[in-house]
Design a protein around this ligand. Structure first.
Ligand code: SAH
Ligand code: SF4
Ligand code: F3S
Length: 449
């Protein structure tokens, strides 16, 4: 019978290419949900899909280059199959709008970041009548699209956006322009989404926002500490994660919520960006290196064993060798578990792009390598201390590269690998660390933790 149904209504498929940060992953799941409601099944085969949607990022030039490459690839597909529907959403769509169509006329629709809830309508209209391209970048600070169906990609760990937008305007960053002003979801909507995820079998949730500490400043119904406690109390939840916290306003209350929570993971992603006070000021980050270190002290005193990760930018305009040394000093002093290191990329429309003293590429690259060497050594040394110890891991499943090796994460967010022994996806297990490395811990399965 199903065969018959298939023949009478051939299944439509959609390919989603998702770039950038977790916010985009979460938005993409909401857009995929709308496409499923319209009868599209998600496919990994871009060339055969009836609809292609790119959910894009523009935080650095390299991110944009990747998307332009993909847009070029799709041109040929569109020529072979004009019925293919091709849309671009996400941050680049917001930033470029009409300009994307001018550059690539084979795009059928452009959807801004405040308009993700409109995807279903736009696709339905284009299915009914294929006129000219649709560009809907509307109000970047558009209303939060509540009630969208969510088609999650991962089986165990669910992204739960708690707020959208950013009001911080760091001088290098495009995000506030393409994501609009800060808007917080209502606590009851967040609780409902977590409850639904748990009912569907999710064991872990990650509360997402560009700056989660600002949560609730608009509606004042709850702050982020309240939200952590709310998530911690949802029956059946195993782990609660959150990102990103801004160092300038990580509150004592949030640190205490992590300390007191049963399920809240002891991991703080606290981007510091730089270690030179002069540059932190030029970046408009709102804290000094000493103030940052004081927050780290507070975290470590309240939550012993917490892991700390960060983002670092090298080559911000005017960065001198002395500034760079201050960055290395901070990195050596704080000892991050891991750092995501970026080359400064000028973004037009941001204040830093217009600053004098842009740092030459080769100087940036040289500094990046020196920074990575220092950080890698620290990451390796920190992980080395776990040699021989048993860590609690939420087993996820076979690793991407080798199905004989299983993977999962510790509460502190470290990736653990072990030889496959049993089908234990979704279980909390104990793994004894045998071979700690810079980015992963290799170990042996012990028993259920
Ligand atoms: N809201 C988060 C992260 C936003 S973007 C926060 O404030 O921490 C993720 C990271 O990209 C930033 O932390 C920063 O390190 C980096 N980034 C942002 N703009 C950049 C630029 N123009 N060039 C290089 N890196 C950038
Ligand atoms: Fe960008 Fe700064 Fe906002 Fe983070 S806090 S998104 S780095 S402007
Ligand atoms: Fe990129 Fe937008 Fe995230 S610019 S980093 S996808 S908020």
């Amino acid at each position: 019978m199903t065969e018959q149904i298939k023949k009478s209504t051939p299944e439509k498929t959609a390919f989603l290419g998702v770039y950038g940060c977790q916010m985009n992953l979460a938005d993409a799941e909401r857009m995929a949900g709308q496409l499923e409601s319209l009868g599209y099944r998600r496919t990994e085969e871009m060339a055969a899909a009836d609809l292609i949607l790119l959910v894009t990022c523009c935080v650095r030039e390299t991110a944009e280059d990747k998307v332009y490459g993909k847009i070029g690839e799709i041109k040929g597909l569109k020529r072979q199959r004009p019925s293919l529907l091709f849309g671009v959403a996400g941050c680049m769509a917001q930033k470029e709008g009409d300009a994307l169509i001018k550059r690539a006329p084979h795009i059928d629709f452009v959807l801004g970041t405040g308009r993700t809830g409109e995807l279903g309508r736009v696709v339905r209209e284009l299915e009914a009548e294929r006129g000219g391209p649709v560009v809907d970048t509307g109000d970047v600070t558009g209303p939060i699209a509540e009630g969208c169906p969510v088609a999650r990609r991962t089986p165990l760990s669910a992204w739960v956006p708690v707020m959208y937008g950013c009001d911080n305007f760091c001088t290098y960053c495009i995000v506030p322009y393409v994501r609009g002003r800060e808007r917080s979801r209502r606590p009851e909507d967040i609780r409902r989404e977590i409850q639904e995820a748990v009912a569907q079998g999710y064991r872990e949730i990650t509360l997402l926002g560009q700056n989660v500490n600002s949560y609730g400043k608009d509606h004042k119904q709850a702050d982020f500490a309240d939200l952590l406690r709310l998530a911690d109390d949802v029956p059946g939840i195993e782990r609660v994660r959150f990102m990103t916290s801004h160092p300038k306003d990580l509150s004592r209350r949030v640190i205490e919520a992590v300390r007191d929570g049963h399920h809240i993971c002891e991991h703080f992603h606290l981007p510091v960006q730089h270690g030179s006070d002069r540059l932190l000021k030029a970046m408009n980050r709102g804290y000094t290196a000493a103030a940052y270190r004081a927050v780290v002290e507070e975290i470590r005193a309240a939550v012993p064993g917490a892991s700390l990760t960060t983002d670092l930018i090298v080559g911000f305009p005017g960065e001198t060798e002395q500034d760079f040394e201050a960055l290395l000093d901070l990195v050596r002093a704080v000892r991050f578990d891991a750092a995501y290191t970026f080359l400064y990329s000028p973004r037009s429309g941001t204040p830093a792009a217009k600053m004098d003293d842009q740092v030459p590429d080769e100087v940036k690259r040289d500094r990046l390598h020196r920074l990575m060497a220092v950080q890698d050594e620290i990451s390796r040394a920190i992980n080395e201390r776990l040699r021989g110890q048993a860590v609690e891991v939420l087993a996820e499943g076979p690793s991407q590269n080798d199905p004989a090796v299983w993977t999962g994460r510790t509460r502190t967010g470290k990736i653990v690998l072990w030889p496959h022994e049993a089908e234990i996806a979704g279980e909390l297990v104990s793994v004894r660390v045998a071979e700690p490395q810079t980015w992963v811990l290799k170990g042996v399965l012990e028993q259920g933790a």
